[in-house]
Design a binder for this molecule. Structure first.
Ligand SMILES: C[S@@+](CC[C@H](N)C(=O)[O-])C[C@H]1O[C@@H](n2cnc3c(N)ncnc32)[C@H](O)[C@@H]1O
Length: 226
């Protein structure tokens, strides 16, 4: 609480107001650069190549997005989110960083982009810190979409709460998390011709150990060979 109040003082400092607004949309405050590095390390260690196309589901204000857009060729990054304020902040960040020249595509979507993306297919789909909010039916919708839109050899990755994850961030914020396990997610993935497995805790990919979600499990989900 005190930490939030102290960080909140940044809104009165002109040079820091923008950064505070971005961090408040993603949380936790004061960790933007470290979490951006974590996201980049996770996707590249899980196989994202510099020639790939990426769909960033729940892209928020582009904490990971900015690093992915720098890394990928033009027209290869697609971000979707269901919160207009997060997308506006992401657009603002692209202007500040001069990254519109990489022609990223951002969409407001409540269907993981399925209704907006035409016949686009992807090498990689990334869901950072949102998979654990998805209930069973939502996971089915996600994997049904991914089974059509992932190229052969493609990867979908995202994190779920682990047994040691601290769930206190959910309290008092009206948030519900689903208690998935790698096995339960694999059970849903199999229905759609995909397989899910845990590749370890987030801290193993550089997620700061002091943050309460560092014990989340990162899942790598692939299409089964046809
Ligand atoms: C914790 S933030 C993470 C943002 C970004 N992935 C990151 O790590 O910086 C979660 C984001 O997912 C978005 N979100 C949650 N459920 C979603 C859904 N079903 N479809 C699209 N976006 C969603 C929220 O609006 C929010 O911007």
């Amino acid at each position: 609480m005190l930490r939030r109040q102290l960080y909140g003082l940044r809104t009165y400092i002109p040079g820091m107001r923008h950064r505070h607004r971005l961090e408040a949309l993603v949380g936790p405050l004061g960790c933007w650069d470290e979490l951006q590095k974590y996201q980049f390390r996770a996707v590249t260690e899980l196989g994202l190549q510099p020639s790939d196309t990426l769909l960033d589901i729940g892209c928020g204000p582009l904490q990971g997005g900015v690093a992915f857009i720098r890394y990928l060729p033009p027209s290869s990054y697609y971000g979707v989110d269901q919160k207009p304020a997060a997308l506006r902040a992401g657009c603002d960040e692209l202007s500040r960083q001069g990254l519109w020249r990489k022609q990223p595509r951002l969409f407001y979507s409540r269907s993981f982009g399925d209704e907006e993306l035409g016949d686009e297919q992807f090498d990689f789909m990334w869901l950072s810190q949102i998979l654990y909010y998805f209930d069973h039916d939502t996971l089915h919708r996600l994997f049904e979409m991914a089974s059509r839109r992932l190229r052969p050899g493609g990867v979908l990755a995202g994190d779920i709460l682990g047994p040691k994850s601290d769930r206190s961030f959910l309290m008092g914020r009206g948030l519900n998390a689903a208690d998935h396990t790698p096995e339960s997610v694999d059970g849903v993935a199999r229905v759609h011709g995909m397989r899910a497995r845990s590749v370890g805790h987030l801290h193993g990919f550089g997620y700061p150990r002091r943050l309460n979600l560092s014990h989340n499990l990162l899942l790598k989900i692939t299409r089964e060979a046809q």
